[in-house]
Design a protein around this ligand. Structure first.
Ligand code: BYC
Length: 314
């Protein structure tokens, strides 16, 4: 029998050789734990992320925009389901994960604790929040754990459509009446800094990055991805004539990247520790939605049991 040390060595060799780790393969406990933490946080984010946008389905300004928003919100629910399934392949129970979310033990993305005040916020979410999500998640299509990597391929395709729908709303509003233009700029002003916080703390403060890079769960650091997102998004803002709310933003010829101003990390830590503008409201609404959906889960289980009983009897 191989010792733990030998097993770990073989495990790391597989990772280094870009061989995916599958559910029944041996893996270090800490690898399993990190994946359960990250995938479940990710699943919770998708599901909680439906709330700020869902708020605007009844107030979308046209039938077209309503249909698009409905489809987007439904996609987020689907992402949550793929991700809970991927987490379950690691031996945890979905109900257990959801309980952790509802009791405040599990985190979800900081970004969903901010309010959506106007229709332009729906544009800003699609453009910036889904844009940041893509920047972070493309690397996850190559993450070392097979079920997570496969789930991410489909998620990324759908996120690209979401980003386009948000940018289209912003473009239309930026080219609209002075009031619409003002709404678009105001939404950008409010969502810009929280979007940069989505990538997580700076590298020198990130607890998990070094180990996650070694295990190829993450392929790039928080700061690298944040920089990529800024470089791409500044040009998109310029194209539609909006101004990024950062007086320190400046192209750095030497680095070939934009320099940017200080991020308010105090605000970030307040938000992820439950004290953001909407944390309580989001959890209250999520728990209510979960309770109201109990009959659907019960019906699905009863159907599966009936089918199984029929199979057993045959
Ligand atoms: N919000 O050591 P670090 C979406 C936590 S949803 C809250 O750098 P890591 C979408 C972190 O968990 C977007 N918490 O951690 C849906 C850790 O705390 P714990 C969600 C955050 O894991 C609907 C501590 O801070 N995307 O796409 O190496 C509509 C230290 O951080 C945040 C994902 O979940 C945050 N922003 O890196 C539209 C992607 N940042 O766990 C869009 C998958 C950090 O020790 N996740 N924390 O208590 C990841 O890629 C990584 O987990 C992160 C953080 C980059 C987020």
């Amino acid at each position: 029998m191989l010792s733990n040390e030998q097993l770990e060595k073989e495990f790391q060799a597989k990772i280094d050789a870009e061989i995916k780790i599958e559910p029944k393969d041996w893996m270090p406990d800490a690898y399993r734990k990190t994946l359960i933490r990250q995938i479940s946080q990710h699943a919770h984010s998708e599901v909680v992320g439906m709330l700020p946008e869902g708020n605007w389905i009844t107030r979308a300004p046209s039938l077209r925009s309503k249909v698009i928003l409905l489809a987007k919100v439904q996609d987020e629910a689907g992402h949550g389901l793929y991700l809970y399934s991927a987490a379950e392949t690691l031996g945890v129970d979905r109900e257990e994960l959801i309980e952790e979310l509802h009791t405040g033990k599990a985190k979800y993305s900081s970004i969903f604790n901010y309010p959506t005040l106007t229709w332009a916020d729906i544009g800003a979410i699609g453009w910036l929040v889904d844009g940041a999500a893509i920047a972070n998640q493309v690397m996850l299509c190559r993450t070392s754990y097979g079920p997570y990597a496969r789930a991410m391929v489909r998620i990324c395709k759908e996120e690209s459509f979401h980003q386009r729908q948000g940018y289209e709303i912003m473009m239309k509003m930026a080219q609209g009446t002075p009031e619409q233009r003002q709404m678009a700029q105001d939404a950008l002003n409010r969502w810009w800094w929280p979007s940069l916080m989505m990538f997580g703390p700076p590298d020198d403060k990130s607890i998990h990055t070094a180990q996650s890079l070694k295990w190829k769960i993450k392929r790039q650091t928080n700061d690298e991805l944040r920089q990529e997102f800024i470089d791409k998004t500044v040009k998109q803002a310029e194209f539609i004539g909006l101004t990024i709310p950062d007086p320190d933003l400046k192209w750095n010829e030497e680095r070939q990247h934009y320099d940017y101003g200080p991020i308010n990390w105090e605000e970030f830590y307040q938000v992820i520790n439950g004290n953001g503008p909407c944390n309580r409201q989001r959890m209250r609404d999520r728990i209510k939605a979960h309770e109201e959906g109990a009959w659907v889960r019960e019906a699905a289980i009863a159907y599966a049991e009936k089918k199984q009983a029929k199979k057993n009897a045959a």
